[in-house]
Design a protein around this ligand. Structure first.
Ligand SMILES: [Fe+2]
Ligand SMILES: [Fe+2]
Length: 196
């Protein structure tokens, strides 16, 4: 066993096929970016404890909500929002970057939440590096553009600060929209209802 929290898996295998079948939005990016997005998810999955994509959780506490579902909800909402943003904010968004950010913002979650018998708990890595930062490290290693790396690194609601590009805003609102849907489904308090 390596002492590294994850390793890059570029092998063409059944995992690649499953990831390609799962992810919404792969047809919206160039072939090279698509390949890199799939490698990122395959690497996280293969380095994780989760046997099937379906086993990956959105979060560790409360009822199980599939990460698979959350990721596609975020990408679909983000792609819709991007059209609005391009028209109303007057700036076209870079689809290769935006879709990479949407699909990959939670790529580290399979490494941060693990199963302990019946329960989902946080992993050792969760206590060593913040959510978002681990994903950003993986994406940096795969050669993703700096903007994708920085937005993923700082997207979490509790990050010390957030990026200010249009792509970062689109991710944020798409992520909150999808996360609150997950919270409602799980019977947990949505972000919108929390008092600060
Ligand atoms: Fe996240
Ligand atoms: Fe998310």
């Amino acid at each position: 066993m390596s002492d590294q929290p994850y390793s890059i898996d570029r092998s063409s295998n059944s995992r690649r096929k499953a990831v390609e079948e799962w992810l919404f939005g792969l047809d919206l990016v160039s072939a090279e970016v698509r390949d890199n997005i799939v490698t990122a998810w395959v690497s996280s999955w293969a380095s994780s404890q989760h046997e099937r994509l379906e086993d990956m959780p959105f979060t560790h506490s409360g009822a199980f909500y599939p990460l698979m579902q959350h990721v596609n909800e975020v990408t679909r909402a983000g792609v819709d929002l991007a059209r609005r943003a391009a028209a109303d904010w007057g700036k076209p968004l870079d689809m290769d970057k935006l879709v990479s950010i949407l699909i990959l913002h939670d790529v580290d979650k399979p490494l941060l939440y693990v199963r302990d018998g019946e329960n989902l708990v946080t992993s050792q890595l969760y206590k060593e590096l913040p959510h978002g930062v681990v994903g950003a490290m993986l994406l940096k290693e795969l050669g993703f553009p700096h903007e994708v790396v920085s937005v993923v690194a700082t997207h979490a609601t509790n990050a010390p600060f957030h990026a200010s590009t249009h792509e970062a805003y689109v991710l944020h609102y798409a992520d909150m929209f999808a996360a609150d849907h997950a919270m409602l489904e799980m019977g947990r308090q949505p972000f919108y209802q929390r008092k600060h």
